[in-house]
Design a protein around this ligand. Structure first.
Ligand SMILES: [Fe+2]
Length: 246
C-alpha cells in the first residue's frame, strides 16, 4: 500500500518530534504493509516550507528506513493567499515528488470565498489538487455539494484512514461514509503524526472501505490510485460522483 499523506519528517511541523519517533513510524508503516510514503510537511503560517531542507531530511529518513518503505517528498499545502501566489510562481515547489499532484488542506475554520477560483488557477498552472480530509473540515465535512464542485473542477479527494475506523468520532465517520456513498473518495491516506495515536496505518481502513464498497475499490484507494499519484499518472479509479439525492 502507498501512503501519500504522512508527517514523518522530524522537527519540521506538528508531526514526528524526533528521529526516534520517525524510526518508530517507519516500523509501524512497514508492519502494516506500506511500501511507499510521501512525507508531507505542513506549509502554513506556523510552519514555513523549505523544499531543499525537507529533501535533506527525506534522504536521512530513507537511510534510516533502508530499502523499504520508499520515501518521497510532498507537502500538506495550506490554501492561503501567500501559498497560492508562491505555488503559481513555482508550480513544482509543493507537489508530490516531481509530479503535478498537490495535496491541499482547507482551513479548519471554514472555506473562504474565492476558494473555487484559487483552485481553478492552480489547475490552470498545471497542478492536480488532491483535497485532504474534507470529512474533518468544519465546512466541507457538512457540505458535500462543495466537495462535488471541487471534484467537478478537477480535484481529487483524500480521506483520512482513521476517519473510517472511528478515531475522529461518529460525526466524522458518518461524513466519511456519506462521501463514499456519493462516490467522492479517490485516495485513503494516514495523515500520520506519530507512531501510536495518529499512526501510519492503512490496512484497517482498507478493510473498512471494502465493507462499504468492494475489495477492488478498497485496493484502488490504497494502492492503484496512490501509486498513480507518486508516478504522476492519471488516476485509474475515477468514480462517477452521485448527485444529491441520487
Ligand atoms: Fe496532514
Amino acid at each position: 500500500m502507498i501512503d501519500i499523506h504522512c508527517h514523518l519528517l522530524p522537527g519540521v511541523d506538528d508531526g514526528s518530534k524526533s528521529w526516534e519517533m520517525t524510526r518508530a513510524m517507519l516500523r509501524v508503516a512497514a508492519g502494516d504493509g506500506i511500501t511507499h510514503i510521501v512525507c508531507t510537511p505542513h506549509a502554513n503560517d506556523s510552519y514555513p516550507y523549505d523544499r531543499v531542507e525537507h529533501l535533506g531530511r527525506v534522504a536521512e529518513a530513507q537511510a534510516m528506513a533502508g530499502e523499504w518503505p520508499q520515501l518521497l517528498l510532498g507537502c500538506d499545502f495550506h490554501l492561503s493567499y501567500d501559498n497560492i501566489q508562491d505555488a503559481l510562481a513555482h508550480p513544482r515547489r509543493y507537489t508530490v515528488g516531481s509530479t503535478p499532484y498537490l495535496l491541499i488542506e482547507f482551513s479548519d475554520f471554514g472555506v473562504a470565498p474565492g476558494v473555487l477560483e484559487s483552485v481553478h488557477r492552480l489547475i490552470g498552472a498545471g497542478m492536480r489538487p488532491i483535497i485532504t480530509h474534507p470529512e474533518r473540515n468544519a465546512t466541507l465535512g457538512k457540505n458535500h455539494e462543495m466537495v462535488l464542485r471541487l471534484v467537478e473542477l478537477g480535484c481529487f479527494v483524500q480521506v483520512t484512514a482513521s476517519a473510517l475506523t472511528g478515531y475522529w468520532g461518529d460525526g466524522v465517520r458518518l461524513s466519511t461514509e456519506q462521501l463514499f456513498k456519493r462516490r467522492l473518495v479517490h485516495v485513503l491516506a494516514s495523515d500520520a503524526h506519530d507512531p501510536e495515536r495518529r499512526a501510519p496505518r492503512l490496512a484497517a481502513a482498507r478493510d473498512a472501505a471494502a465493507k462499504l464498497t468492494d475489495g477492488a475499490t478498497a485496493m484502488a484507494l490504497v494502492e492503484d490510485n496512490p501509486r498513480a499519484v507518486i508516478e504522476g499518472r492519471p488516476l485509474p479509479y475515477l468514480p462517477d460522483p452521485a448527485r444529491a439525492g441520487a
